[in-house]
Every structure is written in C-alpha cells, then in structure tokens.
Write a protein that binds this ligand. Structure first.
Ligand SMILES: Nc1ncnc2c1ncn2[C@@H]1O[C@H](COP(=O)(O)OP(=O)(O)OP(=O)(O)O)[C@@H](O)[C@H]1O
Length: 321
C-alpha cells in the first residue's frame, strides 16, 4: 500500500507504566476498505482505537491519516469519525437535534448541516422519527442514530467500537449495510468487534491482536486457509455444560472449545473421518453417552482466533493414534 492509504500505523508502541499494551504494530487501511480488529479481552484493541483517534499519545511509532502525521490532542473531527461502544446521545433531545449538534461539533458548515442530517436520517431509515426524543426510540433505533452521529460529518476514516453490541439480527444487518455503503463510497472503516461471524461477513481484511501484538493481518478466508490448509473440524456437542471428567477427557484426546461457557468442542485434522470418529469414541470410552451431536465443519475465524491466542490446537496427527 502507498502513502495515500487512508490510515497508516507505523511501528506503534504503547506502554502503560511497565505494561506493554501495543508492541510494534504496523498496518495500513486503504480508502474504501473495511478492516476488522479482533482480539480477546486485554489484547490492545481499545488502546489502538484511542491512538488512531488521537486520544492517546503513543510511546513510540507514528500514525498517518491520509498521509498526514497525527498529533495527539489536535482536532481531527473532520477526517476521523469515531463511534464509541457506549451510546453517547442526548436522551432528552430528538434524533434530528442530536445529529445537528454532532454535525456542528464536527465542523460541518451551517449551510450544510440540515442537508447532512436529513441524508443521515434517510440512511438509517429514521426520517419519520426525526422529531421523536431519543428516550422514546427503541434500542436498535438509538444504536443506528449513534452511528449516524458519526456519519453526518462524512469522515474519510470511520472508527467503530463494537457498533452492533446488544442489537438484534435485523438492526445488525442494517448497520452492516450502512457501513458497507459508506465503504463503497470510499470511506475507510476500522471496526472492533468480538463477533467473529460479523468480522468474517463485514471485513475485507482482519487484524488479529493478542497481548499487544499483531498476530495476523489478512482477508478472513486467506487467514483461515493459511492457518488450517484443507483441514476439517470434528465438532462435538456435549449434553451437559459442566462435567469436569468429560472436559478433561476431551482435552486429553486433543479437543478444544471456544470458552468455558460453551458445550461445543472441536478437533482439527486432515485425517479421514472414520479414523477421527474412532479416535473420539475410543477416547471417550464409557463417557460417550454424554455426547449429544457430532458433526464435521470447515474451520472459520473463530478457530483462527483460538489458534493464535493460545487455545489448545493440538493437531489430530499428534493425538490420534
Ligand atoms: N489506562 C491504562 N493504564 C494501565 N493499563 C491499561 C490502561 N488501559 C488499558 N490498560 C491495559 O492495557 C491492556 C490492553 O487494554 P485494552 O483496553 O486496549 O484491551 P482491549 O483489547 O480493548 O480489551 P477489551 O476487549 O476487554 O476491551 C490491558 O492489559 C489493560 O489492562
């Protein structure tokens, strides 16, 4: 990518006291590109967003917005639109009043404010609710309005922190459409999400952070392929969630799971299915009744995350005998 990238992050380091929150992170985002930022809690995602939006002075490294070096503390509202995770709307004002306020704060000229606000309301399909107070709108409508508050200034770089947190599928889809449309018009988008399906569906590329380091940066499908090749996953769903003996047994025979709250376990392998099933049932012995379902799947981003963040990914080649 060239100096005309919408965003360039060059060898960024952020150290809090003695703790390194970001360590030598470099990446670029081109105009029109949607980059998903993924990583477990504490990976450094919020720190990265704070650095990109100029709210934090990096320990070292540089950030360029459309080729211009970013100096923390300066006003960047014209080129960067930041939508934080938590709603920041004025509940006693109407949707239109909120958008007009945010447009003015972002430096939109008086002559343009009305048209920009009308356009944003149309984009989020809330024109007919423009004069309703925010506290009388549904949660999904407030979420869309929250995003529109950033869109009114037509930023060249949109930075979104979990834009679909807590919304239903319908609202999520409409927010995705909104983000895609802006990207198609040339806006670069950096979006932090914990939803891996969302990242896979929405992002042109994903950046995977873990313990402050950039572990991977690629298109979702490329990342899955580079990590797992043509492997498949044998997926097992257990009847009960908490059965320490069964969990221990599954771990011993090479399975891992998404979280302690999941009753789905998976094993990555290139081996033929009949050998894998044999391996599973032999390994489980008398505990096989505790299995509700066995299926085969292609790996996805979720499995890539586990691979890079240290979950057990022992290949079946090592554990299947
Ligand atoms: N102001 C701060 N002072 C000291 N340490 C901090 C500060 N902010 C964040 N950290 C630490 O830096 C690391 C990265 O934090 P950060 O909030 O960027 O992670 P994150 O990926 O956004 O996590 P989450 O998904 O939980 O929001 C964590 O270990 C965190 O405890």
């Amino acid at each position: 990518m060239t100096a005309t990238a919408a965003l360039t992050i060059d060898q960024l380091r952020v150290v809090y006291g003695s703790h390194s929150a970001l360590d030598d992170v470099s990446l670029q985002v081109r105009p029109g590109e949607i980059l998903g930022i993924l990583g477990p809690n504490g990976a450094g995602k919020s720190t990265l967003l704070r650095a990109i939006t100029g709210k934090l002075r990096p320990t070292s490294g540089q950030i360029f917005i459309a080729g211009k070096a970013l100096s923390p503390g300066k006003a960047y509202q014209h080129s960067i639109g930041f939508t934080p995770q938590f709603l920041g709307l004025y509940r006693h004002l109407t949707g239109r009043e909120n958008l007009e306020f945010f447009a003015c704060c972002a430096g939109v000229s008086r002559q343009q404010v009305r048209a920009r606000v009308s356009q944003a309301l149309e984009e989020i399909e809330l024109t007919d609710k423009a004069h309703v107070r925010v506290d009388q709108l549904s949660g999904g409508m407030q979420r869309r309005l929250h995003l529109a508050a950033t869109l009114v200034s037509h930023p060249s770089l949109l930075v979104l922190d979990e834009p679909t947190a807590g919304v239903d599928l319908g609202v999520r889809m409409s927010i995705h459409d909104l983000i895609r449309r802006r990207a198609e018009q040339g806006t670069a988008v950096v979006v932090v999400t914990h939803e891996l399906d969302e990242a896979e569906a929405l992002s042109h590329r994903v950046a995977l952070l873990h313990q402050g380091q950039l572990k991977a940066l690629a298109e979702p499908q490329t990342l899955v392929h580079e990590t797992f090749g043509n492997s498949q996953l044998l997926v097992v769903r257990t009847v009960h969630l908490f059965s320490p003996a069964l969990c221990e047994r599954l771990q011993e025979i090479g399975f891992c799971r998404d979280s302690d709250e999941s009753n789905e376990w998976w094993l990555q392998s290139d081996l033929p299915l009949d050998r894998l099933i044999n391996h599973l049932y032999r390994g489980l012995g008398g505990a096989r009744d505790a299995i509700a379902e066995v299926s085969v799947r292609r790996p996805g981003l979720k499995n890539v995350m586990q691979h890079f963040t240290g979950a057990r990914t022992d290949s079946a080649a090592e554990t299947v005998s």
